[in-house]
Write a protein of this length. Structure first.
Length: 197
């Protein structure tokens, strides 16, 4: 962490250098390694969310006729809570396999397991996961079981997703970067000042 920023946290916020090091270490040793394993996490979460929404609605339609309106409203509210997941996408690094990456569908349409070779470069892992997500999207969002194994369609989806990420980092990310650590410090302390919240 930049020394000028450490001084500000120490002098203005009354934090000790030990506290600062503890938090910096927490982020670098615990949070960052997990973040680095969540390849394309926004895309994975978005596809999960879309499939969950669709599956929840189908589930609710199936049980609607079994309950009176009061009971159904309570069930509908519980099912539609974002915390309830009826479909999950799990990414698992593996040592080897027949393919560099592969989608394994979980029985009952409750999820997909995407395995990928863990020794591959991160740039290749991201490409492979985007491709595999194309298989999942085709199967569960477009309801096209026949085309779900079509590598051309999965590659097309992967391309569109990666192009979107590329545009974000090339163009939009500029709005979220700062020229110095002090600018970041000033912005966060000004915005998070309790009087301004």
């Amino acid at each position: 962490m930049d020394n000028a920023v450490v001084e500000k946290f120490r002098d203005i916020h009354g934090l000790t250098e030990e506290q600062i090091k503890i938090y910096e270490n927490l982020y670098n040793s615990k949070v960052l390694p997990v973040i680095s394993r969540h390849y394309l996490s926004h895309l994975v979460t978005t596809i999960e969310e879309l499939i969950n929404k669709k599956n929840k609605q189908a589930f609710l339609e199936d049980i609607k006729k079994e309950f009176n309106s009061m009971d159904y409203k309570a069930i509908e509210k519980a099912v539609n809570r974002k915390m309830l997941r009826v479909f999950s996408i799990i990414l698992v690094p593996v040592d080897s396999g027949k393919l560099k990456a592969r989608t394994h569908l979980i029985g009952g349409g409750t999820g997909a397991l995407i395995t990928y070779w863990k020794e591959l470069p991160e740039s290749q892992i991201r490409i492979l996961i985007a491709h595999e997500l194309g298989h999942v999207a085709t199967r569960y969002l477009l309801d096209d079981e026949r085309s779900a194994s079509n590598d051309g369609l999965a590659t097309l989806f992967g391309y569109i997703a990666l192009q979107d990420r590329n545009d974000f980092y090339k163009n939009k990310a500029k709005n979220f970067t700062r020229e110095s650590n002090l600018i970041i410090y000033n912005e966060i302390t000004n915005i998070c000042n309790r009087r301004n919240m």
